[in-house]
Design a protein around this ligand. Structure first.
Ligand code: OAD
Ligand code: ZN
Length: 237
């Protein structure tokens, strides 16, 4: 299949990656909906909504601190690194639902964090916002202004950062190739990005060991893991 479109891929001028939790799975970061997924063990309504946060900020923070420790100790894998290799040859933008910062740590230059960042912390009241990689001794941590701090992530029911989302739509609508890696495409609005690309006539390639609701729309579905499939795929360009 790849051979059939390899000429087109060689001519690609604007490549967009849409990534989800699956690309970091081989770095030891659990996904949400797959086997061993976080949402199979935990109720997102108790841990990832603003109501849950105000109901029990300590509980939500304990869960985030555990994830922050795991994420900060994790390393980018061959999947993240393959994208960086392709960036040396072609214009590449990465639209990620991940909050783990592994694309940036791998060296990717144009990363759009659709769901925010677990490393960035912000105040619930004043404008304070900063990258904090150390753990907090007292939970929930407080801002200098006296109010509770929170991770700068998008919770269920919250909007995506509008500047990032608008930029993502514009990138997706103008690409000629979109590579969708490690996302169940279950969460809106990020799951609309392949549709914007398709409307522009882009080639859609999916890398996921499992089928997704949009597998039928893909030009190619590679049923393999990100760290296995991406290093090979990027050599075709
Ligand atoms: P999901 O957990 O929904 O989906 C992960 C996908 O990765 C699944 O389709 C798996 O089959 C696939 N996968 C697993 N291991 C893989 C591997 N090694 N290589 C490639 N693919 C693999 O994660 P997301 O689609 O990212 O949002 O979830 C979207 C959003 O839902 C998250 O950003 C988060 C979550 O609730 C918020 O918290 C707002
Ligand atoms: Zn504050």
């Amino acid at each position: 299949m790849l051979e059939q479109i390899s000429d087109k891929l060689k001519q690609a001028e604007k490549i967009i990656f849409v990534t989800g939790a699956g690309i970091s799975q081989e770095s030891g970061i659990p996904t949400f909906r797959g086997k061993d997924g976080l949402w199979r063990k935990y109720d997102p309504m108790k841990l990832a909504t603003i109501d849950a946060f105000y109901e029990d900020p300590k509980l939500v923070w304990e869960w985030y601190e555990e994830r922050r420790k795991n994420i900060l100790a994790a390393k980018p894998n061959l999947g993240h690194l393959a994208i960086v290799q392709l960036e040396k040859k072609k214009p590449v933008h990465v639209l990620t639902q991940n909050i783990d910062g592994l694309h940036q740590r791998a060296g990717s230059k144009n990363v759009y964090e659709l769901h925010g960042s677990i490393i960035t912390i912000k105040c619930t009241v004043c404008g304070f916002k900063d990258k904090i990689s150390t753990s907090f001794s007292k939970l929930p941590p407080l801002c200098k202004c006296g109010n509770i701090l929170r991770p700068d992530v998008v919770w269920f029911g919250e909007s995506l950062p509008q500047d990032v989302w608008q930029a993502a739509i514009s990138q997706a609508s103008s690409c000629d190739t979109m590579i969708i890696v490690g996302t169940s495409l279950a969460v809106s609005p990020a799951n609309l990005l392949p549709i914007y690309a398709k409307q522009n006539g882009a080639i859609l390639i999916e890398i996921n060991p499992e089928e997704t609701p949009m597998s039928g729309t893909m030009d190619i579905s590679i049923r393999s893991s990100a760290a296995k499939a991406l290093p090979e795929l990027v050599t075709v360009f």
